[in-house]
Write a protein that binds this ligand. Structure first.
Ligand SMILES: Nc1ncnc2c1ncn2[C@@H]1O[C@H](COP(=O)(O)OP(=O)(O)OP(=O)(O)O)[C@@H](O)[C@H]1O
Ligand SMILES: [Mg+2]
Length: 500
């Protein structure tokens, strides 16, 4: 994570080297203001500010500077005519102001060009916005910066400040717990929650920690890019896949004794990728892993990260990973990973975004220090870039194949038991007749047979009735024959460890 000091130095360097347009992404405008104020003071810069609500305002007290509201297009026109000798031109709510506004975009481009090519002009345009959203026409002029969320020291200071202001005190344990719980939230969100918690019973205690966790779930839901999955599967409900399960149990042991493990020289688990045949338990294992690890499960829908503006997708990805870190320790499940990064390196229009997103994800995987265990699942890994498959990103990659005879036996048992079926069934016989069935196919057979038994006057389930259903079932392997063959060949080529 970028720390504030590096960020400042970095922005400073860009200003000094006359980068025309800087874009600060932050949920907290006053932080951007503090930073801009500090930059301007060092160099005696004059500050002009425009914001969507009021037009041209005074940077310090935010009072309107013109009699009537001036829209951004007009403001830019004035700036283009002005003699800019040592100026910061601040544009707030930038993502909203630029959206679907060709005149604004064109004038910004003209302004960037003026700054770049007119030696008399000295100015930096600084966009401030909660979302990165850059029209493609401006992309090459803009440098993007993310203002970090408050770290633990800062959070703790905010809480103490708040408590002081109430003329109250806070128990150290509550302070610690609240500080942990507030990770991933902006200062504004933290203060809001403190106020709410305080209003309820005029004190801050462990009930408020609960409130924060609920609120976080809300924030995660609202983000639209992460899902908190609550239907978690029992680990024992995963049939077969003994290698994978043993591996996961080993990681669970490490995670549950993390401090000791680290002291002993064990590395913190980073994550695992599970690839392979459809319906064979990849998603199921993801859910079961969360319950084995006793951690919350967050699902990242990479498809929903894709935005139509430059920087939007990356900004979403950053936000998603920030949120995951905020909720950590947790399992971050990236489902259907291959869909996210299709077309990388293909040179197509979406490919550049995908490549950048992917690069960002890789760097994060490499550097992440937080306790986020990444579990990625994919069917078709041939579209995944080889860098992702390299060791060091994931601790291990497993290949899930169609279940063997023994595994099918196990899976039948699990699904019969799950549905409280204790009639005597010759499961061995069933496994003989289900070569090439996936776990999902087996589950479907059990469901169907039970339904038929119920409709037929609730007779008991029998081996024969199950075999009848098997006979009329077309397993996925048969339906997707060609695709499956293609997968098989690829997996063989890549020599990935078998999950079974
Ligand atoms: N090994 C298994 N043990 C028990 N049940 C299984 C197993 N494999 C699949 N199933 C059953 O089939 C359902 C679908 O499996 P799952 O969603 O995990 O498949 P998947 O590998 O993620 O497939 P896809 O590639 O289509 O996403 C599971 O919810 C579970 O009920
Ligand atoms: Mg799946």
């Amino acid at each position: 994570m970028t720390n504030t000091k590096n960020l400042y130095t970095n922005i400073r360097a860009h200003v000094n080297s006359h980068y025309p347009l800087l874009y600060l992404v932050t949920f907290e405008e006053h932080h951007a203001d503090d930073l801009i104020r500090k930059l301007a003071k060092e160099d005696n810069q004059k500050i002009f500010e425009w914001n969507l609500a009021r037009g041209v305002v005074n940077f310090e007290h935010k009072q309107r500077q013109t009699h009537e509201y001036q829209d951004l297009a007009n403001t830019l026109e004035n700036w283009l005519d002005d003699e800019l000798t040592n100026h910061f031109l601040i544009i707030k709510d930038a993502h909203l102001a630029m959206r679907e506004n060709p005149l604004v975009v064109a004038r910004l481009k003209a302004l960037a060009q003026k700054i770049l090519h007119d030696s008399e002009t000295k100015a930096t345009v600084i966009f401030v916005s909660s979302q990165a959203c850059i029209p493609p026409e401006l992309e090459k002029f803009i440098t993007l910066f993310d203002l970090p969320l408050p770290d633990q020291t800062r959070i703790s200071a905010v809480i103490k400040q708040f408590v002081d202001a109430q003329g109250d005190t806070i128990a150290p344990k509550v302070l610690d717990d609240l500080t942990m719980a507030f990770r991933g939230l902006s200062e504004h969100e933290i203060t809001q929650l403190l106020t709410r918690g305080y209003q309820e019973d005029s004190k801050l205690d462990s009930n408020d920690v609960e409130l924060v966790l609920q609120e976080k779930e809300q924030i995660i839901k609202k983000s639209g890019i992460l899902d908190m999955i609550s239907t978690v599967e029992q680990f024992d409900n995963v049939g077969g896949l003994t290698n994978l399960k043993a591996w996961l149990k080993q990681k669970a042991h490490i995670l549950h004794n993390l401090n000791e493990a680290l002291a002993f020289g064990v590395e913190a688990p980073k994550g695992v990728m599970i690839v392979g045949m459809p319906g064979c338990g990849k998603s199921l294992t993801a859910k079961a892993t969360a319950s084995l690890f006793k951690l919350p499960l967050l699902r990242l829908d990479v498809g929903s990260l894709m935005g139509k503006y430059v920087g939007e997708s990356e900004s979403n990805m950053r936000r998603a990973l920030q949120l995951a870190e905020a909720v950590s320790p947790c399992v971050l499940w990236v489902d259907e990973l291959e869909k996210a990064f299709v077309g990388i390196g293909s040179g197509g229009a979406g490919s550049e975004v995908a490549t950048r997103l992917f690069g960002y994800f890789l760097t994060w995987m490499q550097d992440k220090t937080g306790a986020v265990f990444v579990l990625a699942t994919a069917n078709d890994i041939s579209s995944l870039p080889p860098e992702l498959l390299r060791k060091g990103r994931f601790d291990e990659i497993f290949y899930v194949d169609f279940p063997t005879r023994d595994e099918r036996e196990n899976i039948f048992k699990i699904h019969l038991q799950k549905r409280n079926q204790n009639a005597v069934i010759d499961i061995k016989k069933l496994t003989e007749k289900t070569d090439g069935f996936s776990g999902a196919d087996i589950e479907a057979v059990v469901k169907e047979a039970i339904e038929i038994a119920f409709v037929n006057n609730r007779t008991a389930l029998t081996t024969e009735s199950l075999i009848d259903v098997i006979g009329s079932t077309h397993p996925l392997k048969e339906i997707m024959k060609h695709k499956i063959k293609e997968y098989e060949d690829k997996f063989k080529d890549l020599k990935i460890k078998s999950a079974s």
